[in-house]
Design a protein. Structure first.
Length: 209
């Protein structure tokens, strides 16, 4: 798995020639507010972009995981000592069970999943299971349920990144992580973030350029 795709928003250049703490307080305050407002605005845009590609519920992305961290949001806010904010998408794998359509019976093969909006796939061999104790801490689940498949003897796994072995020939299936989905929209939200950051800083400084 790749490293988490943090998105950093910062005002550069203010402290190139002298320490940040030596700058006028009005500049520091304006920059701090501009960065944080840009981070809030951009995280909202990022969540909207992610949901256009992956069927994450809105409340899922704004909510927190088992460790108390927001799944997609501002993980670090700018302060007077650091004019930088960070937006982070959770790197933990997402159980494919989160994208199930309908209410399948636990243990019964035949499940329909919809990962991308408007597209559904029927998986005739997959079935819902209740995850073993401890497993739910490693993956983003839905009601501690997982979607699993039992491989046939000598069957080859084509993509090991989308499944993990539970025991024997039983494998847990994964969908995209929030981090993976976030990485796909980071460049899309960049132009607006850059423009808003500059305009907001100028507005807060009371400048008319």
């Amino acid at each position: 798995m790749s490293a988490p795709a943090d998105y950093i928003i910062a005002i550069e250049g203010l402290a190139d020639s002298r320490p940040l703490e030596s700058l006028p307080k009005t500049i520091i305050q304006a920059a701090q507010r501009a960065v944080n407002r840009t981070a809030d605005r951009t995280s909202t845009a990022a969540r909207r972009g992610v949901r256009e590609q992956v069927n994450f519920a809105a409340q899922y992305l704004t909510g927190t995981d088992s460790s108390g961290r927001q799944r997609l949001g501002v993980s670090k806010r700018a302060s007077s000592g650091s004019l930088e904010a960070i937006i982070t998408g959770r790197h933990r794998p997402t159980s494919l069970a989160r994208f199930i359509s309908g209410n399948p019976t636990v243990g019964k093969p035949g499940v329909t999943v919809s990962v991308a909006p408007g597209f559904a796939r029927y998986m005739k061999r997959a079935f819902v299971i209740r995850l073993p104790a401890g497993r739910s801490g490693d993956v983003e689940t839905k009601s501690n349920l997982g979607l699993a498949i039992r491989l046939k003897p000598n069957e080859v796994i084509k993509n090991k990144r989308v499944m993990a072995r539970i025991s024997g020939n039983l494998y847990l299936l994964y969908g995209p992580s929030v981090d993976q989905a976030f990485a796909s929209v980071r460049e899309d939200v960049l132009p607006d973030a850059e423009q808003f950051l500059g305009e907001e800083f100028i507005r807060l400084m009371g400048l008319d350029l």
